[in-house]
Unconditional design. Structure first.
Length: 657
């Protein structure tokens, strides 16, 4: 049987059930015609391993692997005697360690780049935003008055390096955590030291025969997760802002319709902004533009996907072609002349699809080679050597296009780029830029609360659908939504990131959106930019009137279609920061066990956040809204929704009372 015949014998699900993205559905159909298999097909034909899904197995030593029974979780223990709680907690800890390692390593790359730029060893990048540099230096207590930028920058580098390497003591950005939250962390013993130490200890403790008490293991993975959220990821965001600029609102286009048949189409997919920034230079290089014209192209069309795309979407308004579950599908258009990748979320399956359409798939990062892809290494000291070469190869592919092209003619518009700095400015205006108007509107009930809806897409659920339905439900109930990562692309495709989408919001949120001219759904960047959400929450607490710790805020988080270990780590740092966080798809803990109760209830009793789980978007929304209402009640602002208006002064008086 040929490969094409084998594929045609496999289970084929109607694409409309696999994805809410019409462009992706169209490409699944074309792909099947062309004999292409994607992750959607593989997911339909490979059931998730039920034991792994419950995290009921352990392979931490070779007396095992040991398999426990999720239906009778306390019926057996592993060969060493490990209980189901130990096994699940250890597995969870290692997911957090892996996810946190991905973000913190990304952050460290940004910091390496920053150091080399400041030392003058790298000339192709520079400090783009000195104001932000001064601000960040200020946050970590570096003297800036009357000092040279270079000296401040060097001090900042040294200080932020502690985020990774510090052996003892608290990481620098702990200075941005609201006092009461920090107090709770200190009491619980979860203030992070350097990420390297936390990840190392996490791996040590989860080795066979070390930590075998699920609460103690949880303590370590909370600390590891916080080293990501308030550490590695925050460094990635802040340094990227210093080097490449702070995002401000910009009109953008998403979906596969951003590809252009008469141009050289070049996709960058992955996570680190330095590669993309250099690619922007290369596609504007006159000699390369001329080469493209000489090859018969009208120009070079650079577009992003996944988080790489999200970074340049918010900074430069570069079009975004689609999220995680569209990366194979877009190659099926036949119109992609090169796909360049760096790190994270890059499916190995891309190689085969790219091969079928003669699209060069190019890896660039020493951390990520893929069998069958071409590797052209990217060096920051000479970035254009790599990106120019990629453009040349893309032009070559354009010139030799031989296969039919089918680009779904679907393009959606939105406004993205709402950094925490911009939210500050947007709501307050130039003269009173602060979070006060946001807090006021929450207190007076026009805005019921804030939800962060973030994360991946996953072929185990209908692509984009859970994100979109959840967010529609939230805004209808006056909850302002902030977004990062692949989720925001789903919402833009559904038309919810335009100011006009305000009509889909409840009356209160609609009024605020219309007054300010903002969408009810705010796209703020890539997944490391979840740190912007942490900062926005910290600002809300510091502004006053909404309690004293992050756990007091009427906010909630969700990753309705998550798939990565990074998402698990993000979820855990939100929970440890004090935020109720609901995940969809599946949750790797057996319900009814002690560890499950601890994660879903116990942590909240310790003064931080807790986990929630639901597959259904409406149920998810109900849970988040109920939590927000509970927090409003605790703050004494629940009546405000019935238009009992209360201003900040009244609130502060209440707090004192
Ligand atoms: Fe990856 Fe960041 Fe998830 Fe998208 S949202 S699938 S992690 S690209 Ni980060
Ligand atoms: Fe089994 Fe214990 Fe070894 Fe895990 S550590 S594989 S539970 S014997």
């Amino acid at each position: 049987m040929s490969e094409k015949e084998i594929i045609s014998k496999k289970k084929e699900i109607d694409p409309k059930e696999l994805t809410a993205c019409d462009a992706t559905a169209q490409m699944i159909i074309k792909g099947r015609r062309d004999g292409i298999e994607t992750a959607f097909d593989r997911a339909a034909n490979m059931k998730a391993c039920p034991i792994g899904a419950d995290s009921a197995c352990c392979k931490h030593c070779f007396m095992g692997p040991c398999r426990l029974n999720a239906k009778d979780p306390y019926g057996k223990v592993g060969i060493c005697g490990a209980t189901i709680d130990t096994i699940m907690a250890r597995n969870f800890a290692r997911m957090v360690a892996a996810g946190g390692a991905a973000h913190t390593d990304h952050g460290m790359s940004m910091l390496d780049l920053f150091r080399e730029v400041v030392n003058g060893n790298i000339k192709d990048y520079k400090i783009k935003n000195e104001t932000k540099l001064l601000q960040v230096a200020g946050y970590v207590g570096i003297e800036t008055e009357g000092r040279e930028i270079k000296d401040i920058a060097l001090d900042l580098y040294k200080e932020l390096e502690r985020t990774y390497t510090q052996v003892e003591g608290e990481i620098p950005f702990v200075s941005r955590v609201p006092e009461k939250t920090l107090e709770t962390w200190r009491k619980l013993g979860i203030v992070p030291r350097g990420a390297m130490r936390e990840i190392m200890e996490c791996m040590h403790r989860t080795h066979m025969g070390v930590d075998q008490e699920y609460k103690n293991i949880t303590k370590q993975f909370s600390r590891t997760a916080l080293a990501d959220g308030w550490g590695g990821s925050m460094v990635a965001t802040e340094i990227s802002d210093i080097l490449f600029g702070i995002p401000t609102p910009v009109s953008i286009e998403v979906n596969m319709g951003v590809l252009k048949e008469d141009q050289v189409n070049l996709i960058v997919h992955g996570h680190e902004p330095n590669l993309f920034e250099s690619m922007i230079e290369s596609v504007n290089e006159p000699s390369l533009l001329k080469a493209a014209k000489d090859a018969g192209a009208k120009g070079i069309n650079l577009v992003g996907m996944c988080c790489s795309g999200a970074e340049v979407l918010v900074r430069h308004g570069i079009p975004h072609a689609g999220n995680f579950m569209s990366t194979e599908a877009i190659l099926v258009t036949g119109a992609v002349d090169a796909m360049t990748v760096d790190v994270q979320c890059i499916k190995q399956g891309l190689v085969k699809v790219a091969d079928c359409y003669k699209t060069p798939l190019i890896t660039t990062n020493p951390r990520c080679h893929i069998e069958g892809a071409t590797h052209i290494e990217f060096h920051e000291h000479e970035p254009k050597a790599c990106t120019d070469e990629i453009v040349i190869r893309a032009i070559g592919r354009f010139k030799n296009r031989s296969l039919p092209i089918e680009i779904p003619q679907i393009k959606n518009a939105g406004v993205h780029g709402f950094s925490h700095e911009y939210i500050n400015y947007m709501l307050g205006g130039t003269f009173r830029s602060s979070y006060t108007p946001l807090n006021d509107n929450i207190i007076n009930g026009r805005i019921r609360g804030v939800a962060g809806v973030v994360g991946c897409t996953n072929p185990r659920v209908k692509q984009d659908w859970v994100h979109v339905e959840l967010v529609k439900e939230l805004i209808k109930n006056d909850i302002l939504v902030v977004q990062t990562g692949c989720s925001q692309i789903a919402l833009t495709k559904a038309g919810l990131t335009t100011p006009e989408a305000a009509h889909l919001a409840g009356a209160g949120l609609k009024e605020v959106c219309e007054t300010v001219g903002m969408p009810p759904v705010l796209g703020i960047g890539s997944c490391v930019d979840n740190s912007r959400i942490l900062i926005a929450c910290a600002e809300m607490v510091k502004t006053g009137g909404l309690g004293n710790s992050l756990a007091d805020l009427p906010v909630a988080g969700a990753a309705p279609e998550y798939m990565s270990e990074k998402a698990i780590c993000i979820g855990q740092y939100f929970v440890a920061s004090g935020i109720y966080t609901v995940f969809g798809v599946t949750f790797p803990i057996v319900e009814g066990t002690n560890f499950h109760k601890y994660m879903f209830e116990g942590l909240e009793q310790e003064g931080i956040g807790k986990w929630g789980f639901a597959v259904d978007p409406y149920e998810m929304a109900r849970m988040m809204i109920a939590h927000i209402d509970k927090k409003r009640k605790a703050l004494g602002i629940d009546k405000a929704r019935d238009r009992v208006l209360m201003d900040m002064a009244d609130r502060r008086a209440l707090d004192v009372a």
